[in-house]
Write a protein that binds this ligand. Structure first.
Ligand code: ATP
Ligand code: MG
Length: 174
């Protein structure tokens, strides 16, 4: 799977609609402190289903919505669209939107889907919200310090078999 474009509206510091092209190969994000580099990575994780407050540096779900500044009022929703092309060359348009007081919802190619469907889509392609393809600050040190079992999980995700575990858990719970 290849990511092509990321669109953000009202997500954290990206209050105005912003569009970023993602070119093939390795992408680095550079800029001054506080300009939103980590927020971008978090937007990619969030649209792929991430909810962990730690990964999103948030207290509650709605903390990803632009909270306002001295000069700008807060927004009442945040939306992130990730455009990708899957391994079969099919275009994939994944949208996640959260509204204050109304929770978050997902759409794939314009159709409403469950969070689980989105998680599976990305887990199979080894590009999930916890994928080692996204390297955030401090992550390298974490890989070095990881316990063998944790490191195995990272490798499984990189190898694209993490989706099997999601399916197994799903089957076991039925
Ligand atoms: P560094 O180089 O220090 O790592 P960075 O480029 O990674 O910086 P981020 O951490 O992505 O910067 O962005 C931090 C900015 O995002 C802060 O100014 C913070 O106030 C703003 N921010 C985070 N969440 C929200 C929100 N919900 N509403 C408005 N602004 C937010
Ligand atoms: Mg940062």
């Amino acid at each position: 799977m290849q990511f092509r474009k990321l669109k953000l509206t009202g997500f954290k510091s990206f209050v105005e609609p912003a569009e970023l092209r993602i070119e093939p190969g390795l992408t680095g994000v550079v800029g001054p402190n506080g300009c939103g580099k980590s927020n971008l990575l978090e937007a990619i994780r969030w649209v792929m289903g991430e909810n962990s407050p730690k990964s999103l540096r948030s207290g509650g779900m709605e903390d990803v919505i632009f909270a306002g500044t001295e000069r700008r009022p807060p927004r009442d929703f945040a939306e992130v669209v990730l455009q990708a092309v899957d391994s079969e060359g099919e275009e994939l348009d994944v949208t996640r939107r959260i509204e204050r007081g109304a929770g978050s919802a997902y759409r794939v190619n314009g159709r409403d889907v469950r969070a689980k469907d989105v998680a599976l889509t990305f887990a199979d392609a080894a590009t999930g919200a916890h994928s080692p393809a996204l390297v955030s600050q401090g992550k390298i040190a974490q890989v070095i310090a990881a316990k063998p079992t944790e490191r195995r999980m990272m490798l499984e995700e990189a190898a694209g078999i993490a989706g099997l575990h999601v399916r197994r858990k799903d089957a076991e719970s039925k």
